[in-house]
Design a protein around this ligand. Structure first.
Ligand SMILES: Nc1nc2c(c(=O)[nH]1)N[C@H]1C(S)=C(S)[C@@H](COP(=O)(O)O)O[C@H]1N2
Ligand SMILES: [Mo]
Length: 210
């Protein structure tokens, strides 16, 4: 596990340092039971909370040495990360080559310094949506808090000003309108996880429901 973690961080550091894009073959890329789309559908609880950039804050706390609340300017001054990934919604659509830009989860973790007890993450959106993951899932080279998609500022309906992107999990694990990121020493189920969706949410093994 430790070596796997080091390899991930090396891959991430390489992405941070180069403008090079990886072009991946399509074969084996579509998870079972999914079909490919190109129109980036909107899926949420129907609430699109309007938060002005002046009022926007991202609170990061819990099992961390340095709890931090970022305002928009502080968030945008962090090292910027751009990465292309695939997006898999549990309602069976997948979209390839989504270019998101934002702040890598690694950067946030370096900033707040998770304690040795931190094992899980709990996310809260401005619409009060919640979801949860392991810390390990977030410490991957493609996880970020995104503010832009395909070269444009993220629209409100897609979760602007900023949203989580966790490409290797079904998209409900990626909180839109992100407001709080809580590091925890235990797991707690979020909105859909409490309603029968899988807690682990791995698209490649059709891990849709608990
Ligand atoms: N805050 C918030 N985040 C959310 C949701 C939501 O209702 N509220 N829906 C989730 C679900 S079920 C999916 S599939 C994706 C959809 O993202 P999109 O609307 O940008 O396609 O957002 C996820 N994140
Ligand atoms: Mo979803």
């Amino acid at each position: 596990m430790k070596e796997d973690f080091i390899r991930r961080k090396e891959r991430w550091a390489k992405k941070m340092s180069t403008k090079e894009r990886s072009i991946r073959p399509n074969a084996g890329r579509l998870p079972p039971g999914q079909h490919e789309v190109s129109n980036f559908p909107v899926l949420d609880l129907g609430v699109h909370p309007k938060v002005s950039l002046g009022d926007w804050q991202l609170k990061i706390h819990g099992e961390v040495e340095k709890p931090t609340t970022l305002n928009w300017n502080q968030f945008m001054e962090l090292p910027q990360f751009r990465d292309t990934s695939d997006f898999h919604c549990v309602t069976t659509w997948s979209q390839f080559n989504m270019e998101f830009e934002g702040v890598a989860f690694y950067t946030l973790a370096d900033l707040v310094k998770p304690t040795a007890n931190a094992s899980h993450i709990f996310f809260i959106g401005y619409d009060e949506y919640t979801t949860n993951t392991t810390l390990e899932a977030c410490m991957d080279d493609d996880v970020m808090i995104a503010h832009s998609w395909n070269g444009h500022i993220l629209t409100l309906e897609h979760g602007g000003p900023a949203r989580m992107i966790i490409p290797k999990l079904y998209a409900w694990k990626g909180a839109k309108f992100i407001k709080e990121i809580i590091f925890r020493d235990h797991d707690e189920l979020g909105f859909w996880e409490n309603r029968g969706y899988s807690n682990t949410a791995n698209p490649f093994i059709e891990d849709r429901f608990a």
